[in-house]
Design a protein around this ligand. Structure first.
Ligand SMILES: [Zn+2]
Length: 273
């Protein structure tokens, strides 16, 4: 007879990846008789398409609200390719493929609509296998869903919520980096890394408000007994205590607030509404 005892498949902390890419502008070229002509941009005008100049990431510990490990990659890291064509982002994309495949959850600001789609586009372009993409949290989506801020930019939310700010990038740096200036690219990478600190801190601050946060217990395949929730679904902390209820449209559930991150994890169903 099969063992009915709930089996913990993996008892480890979830690998939470905060990710941010910088991508170049496109270079367009067209001929015109007049500056006043209404020019419609067409793919044939693309002289150089956008490319991923650099990417930065951090592995997060939600229980400590800390970035435990930083990483970054830029086109200049691949010397031979960079010398030949500074727009060659194949190495960057391959590195991202490797990093992202290790994640249980990917977090970013505008990452669902921007970073992840841009990266996926490059995966298919370079013939890389599609990643079985893990659940994601996009703090821009969450900010729009749960708050009413005058601006949902990372800069503004970080400022308003008093989290470490992004570092400033001297004017023109991005343009120069896009056009092959290695020195400017180095500054852009530092800026990119600064985004990780700001973005991750914003995520930690917002965590208790993100009601639809993917449940880390489920992601890890930990079949916790529904009668006894032992870990917070948002941060993995064991400092949880049964208190109150969670209501959905159809039912009422036990609520397990987390003393570490302030989120609530749903327990067993108590009744239908
Ligand atoms: Zn928690």
């Amino acid at each position: 007879m099969a063992n009915k005892k709930p089996k913990i498949l993996e008892d480890r902390a979830a690998r939470i990846l905060y990710l941010d890419i910088e991508n170049s502008r496109m270079v367009l070229e067209f001929e015109t008789y007049s500056l006043y002509e209404n020019i419609r941009i067409h793919p044939r005008h693309i002289k150089h398409d956008w490319y991923i100049t650099c990417a930065a990431w951090g592995w997060l510990d939600n229980t400590k609200k800390k970035v435990t490990e930083y990483g970054s990659v830029s086109v200049a890291d691949f010397k031979t390719a960079y010398k030949k064509n500074f727009r060659d982002d194949r190495g960057v994309v391959k590195a991202l493929h490797k990093i992202m495949s290790q994640a249980d959850l990917i977090v970013g600001h505008n990452s669902d609509s921007f970073d992840i789609k841009k990266i996926n586009y490059k995966f298919i372009k370079y013939g890389l296998e599609p990643l079985d993409l893990c659940p994601t949290v996009d703090t821009l989506k969450s900010a729009k869903k749960y708050f009413k801020s005058s601006s949902n930019s990372l800069y503004n939310l970080a400022k308003e919520f008093d989290v470490p700010m992004k570092i400033e990038l001297p004017p023109g740096t991005m343009h120069k980096a896009d056009n092959g200036c290695e020195k400017s690219l180095k500054k852009l990478v530092a800026y990119n890394k600064g985004d990780i600190t700001a973005g991750a801190s914003l995520y930690f601050k917002m965590l208790p408000y993100i009601k639809n946060h993917p449940n880390l217990n489920k992601i890890l395949g930990e079949k916790q007994s529904p009668k006894k929730i032992t870990k917070c679904g948002s941060c993995g902390s064991r400092r949880i205590k049964k208190d109150g209820n969670i209501y959905t449209n159809n039912a009422r559930y036990e609520r397990y607030p987390c003393l570490t991150c302030g989120s609530s994890t749903r327990g067993k169903k108590i009744s239908n509404k």
